[in-house]
Structure formats: structure tokens, C-alpha cells
Design a protein around this ligand. Structure first.
Ligand SMILES: [Zn+2]
Length: 345
């Protein structure tokens, strides 16, 4: 991930490679020797291997929470699996709260006593991962966002050169993010692995409109769970039930019902066992007055991984039924909310 960041930055990449990439090569070489398997000859070989699905590797990775159809890189970019594996070491979700920009947004909204601005900021990021200068100006003229205009501008980078062809930038109809070209330069795919509808082409913007793209860490940790957060909030509101997104400046993702409220943390991890590791280390802090607390798994993740919730509960006993925090699918969560509404009616 560090290498990809370097390679994507404006400065020309120069050797040496990041030290941890060399360290990974050394460790993998040692493992290959033990197994009598061929090892990558260089960092370049390692990067090529990283493009292969784990099922095709001749080196066996013991005790690793990976699926055989996953790879570390796709078209030279870190995959969601790569990010999740990386974040098991560093605390990336924690980092997003420690992230200088998110911190600045929270501090400013809090000192202005403007929770609506904080919510509007997150909603904009989720609904508009790719945006034109004109649209950005329009959004910033809204009162809630005006307070945070400097931070909003900082959240977006200019689109990377590979996203531009024939003078246009292509977006995805499923998530409003960018589509990027595959190696053949003719097929354009959505860059968001958690996209609800990655096959749908969206609007095309002329480069002259100054298209911008949300920074990578914000796409991963704000936008990916954000699809499900907004969808659940809409569905709950449609039942006539009060719902708040990121209440109390992000104490949790969702708070439902006015009294004896239920709180939820929405997760968009691709792999249930990796998420279980994370949850065993740190489960979210449930406010004392909440009646129930849930970890909610988005529809896209449940669809991609059969028995996601069962595997998560098996690997993390702290979120089994009967515990203070229970892991459920998005559909199950909505069923529970509806059941309470009907019981109280
Ligand atoms: Zn998409």
C-alpha cells in the first residue's frame, strides 16, 4: 500500500523500494525455501506474484485469513483484501478518526455546535466520490457545508492521469465514483470493490470541468460502509422510525428509535474472519443507555461471501446472539427494527 501510494504520488518514483516491501520479499523467500517452492527473484517478481490469486501461488501461506480467489493487487492497485490485511497490523479504522482531516472536520463542527455539518460532510463524501469543480462549488454553497468548505476541498484530489481518456473522465452509475481502464485500455471498471452496482456506466465529464476524486483512505473507510449506512437509514426512516446517522460526532454509525434506542456499527470488510480478528481486538463502545447494539454487515458483503454472518460469529464469540453486541446482516437488522415497530403498534 505504501508503494502504491508512492507510485501514485506526483513525485517520480525512485529506488529503493519501501523497506517493508524488501522485508516481505525476504520473509516469503524464507518460507519458499522451507517448502521447497520457487521464490520470487526480486521485488518486481513479488509485485507480479501479488497480482496472482492466492489459489495459484506455489508457496503456501499458513495461518492466513485469505480466500483462494483473492489477490493482493489488481491492475497494479492494492485490493480490498490487501487493505484489510494491512489494517490488521496498523489500526486503519482508528486512523481515520485520528486522520488529520477527519479530526479537523470533527473539531470545527463540534466547536460550532454543528452536528448537521459533520453529517452533511460524510454524506457528501459517500454520495459524490467523484465530483466536478462546478458541482463542488454548488455543494459548498449549502449552509451546512459552507462551514467546512476548506476541509471539503482538501478531501478531494485531482483525478489521476490514468482515469482520463479522449478528454473525458468516466464515472460509475452504481456509486458515482470513478471508473478506471483495465490493461486493454478499452474496458472501464468501477474502482470501488464495495460498489452496489459496478457494471453500470454513469455520467462522463470533460477534463476541462476539473474532475476531482475523493482521497483513497476516505474512499476505503468512509465510502465503502457508507453505501449500507445511507441505505439502512433510508429504509428505517421509511418505516416512520426516528434514525440518526453518526450521532454525537460519530459515537456509532446509526442510532435508531428515540427511546430505548438501538445503536449499530456498519462494517464493509470483505472477509468475515479478518473482521472477526479486528472485532476481537476492539469492539465498539456501546453507550450505556442503548437498549441493543449491533454490528451490521452490508448487503454487498453478505452477497459476496456465503454464510458471512455465521463465519463471523464463529470466529468472534463476542458478537454471538445473547451478547451485548450482536452481528447481523443488513436484512436481518431491518427485520428486527420492523418487528419492534409492529410489536409496539
Ligand atoms: Zn461503482
Amino acid at each position: 500500500m505504501e508503494y502504491a501510494q508512492l507510485a501514485a504520488s506526483d513525485q517520480d518514483f525512485s529506488l529503493p523500494y519501501p523497506a517493508n516491501l524488501q522485508l516481505a520479499l525476504n520473509k516469503l523467500t524464507l518460507l519458499a525455501w522451507h517448502q521447497g517452492a520457487p521464490a520470487p527473484a526480486s521485488v518486481v517478481g513479488l509485485l507480479q506474484l501479488a497480482e496472482e490469486q492466492f489459489g495459484k501461488w506455489t508457496i503456501i501461506l499458513p495461518d492466513s485469513d485469505i480466500d483462494l480467489d483473492e489477490s493482493l493487487l489488481a491492475y497494479g492497485r492494492p485490493t480490498r483484501a490487501c487493505e484489510e490485511l494491512g489494517s490488521l497490523r496498523g489500526d486503519v479504522e482508528g486512523e481515520i478518526r485520528e486522520n488529520a482531516l477527519m479530526r479537523a472536520v470533527m473539531d470545527k463542527a463540534r466547536s460550532a455546535d454543528a452536528p448537521h455539518s459533520y453529517v452533511a460532510f460524510r454524506e457528501l463524501l459517500i454520495r459524490r466520490p467523484a465530483i466536478t469543480e462546478l458541482e463542488l462549488d454548488t455543494q459548498l454553497s449549502k449552509p451546512d457545508l459552507a462551514l467546512l468548505s476548506a476541509e471539503v476541498r482538501e478531501a478531494y484530489d485531482p483525478v489521476p492521469p490514468e482515469a482520463v481518456a479522449d478528454g473525458v473522465v468516466r464515472t460509475c452509475g452504481g456509486c458515482d465514483g470513478l471508473r478506471l481502464p483495465l490493461d486493454d485500455d478499452r474496458t472501464w471498471v468501477c474502482a470501488d470493490e464495495s460498489c452496489p452496482a459496478p457494471g453500470t456506466p454513469g455520467a462522463e465529464h470533460a477534463v476541462s470541468e476539473g474532475a476531482r476524486w475523493l482521497r483513497r483512505e476516505l474512499r476505503t473507510f468512509v465510502v465503502a460502509p457508507g453505501h449500507a449506512e445511507l441505505r439502512i437509514a433510508d429504509a428505517v426512516a421509511a418505516m416512520g422510525v426516528p434514525v440518526a446517522l453518526w450521532p454525537d460526532f460519530d459515537a456509532c454509525d446509526l442510532s435508531v428509535f428515540d427511546d430505548r434506542h438501538w445503536v449499530a456499527d456498519v462494517k464493509a470488510w470483505r472477509n468475515p474472519v479478518r473482521l472477526a480478528h479486528r472485532l476481537r481486538d476492539r469492539l465498539f463502545a456501546v453507550p450505556a443507555e442503548a437498549e441493543k447494539a449491533f454490528i451490521v454487515i452490508g448487503r454487498e458483503q453478505v452477497k459476496a461471501h456465503p454464510r458471512y454472518v455465521a463465519r463471523l460469529r464463529k470466529a468472534c464469540p463476542q458478537v454471538r446472539p445473547g451478547q451485548r453486541v450482536v452481528a447481523v446482516s443488513e436484512a436481518e437488522f431491518l427485520r428486527l427494527v420492523r418487528a419492534r415497530v409492529e410489536a409496539e403498534a
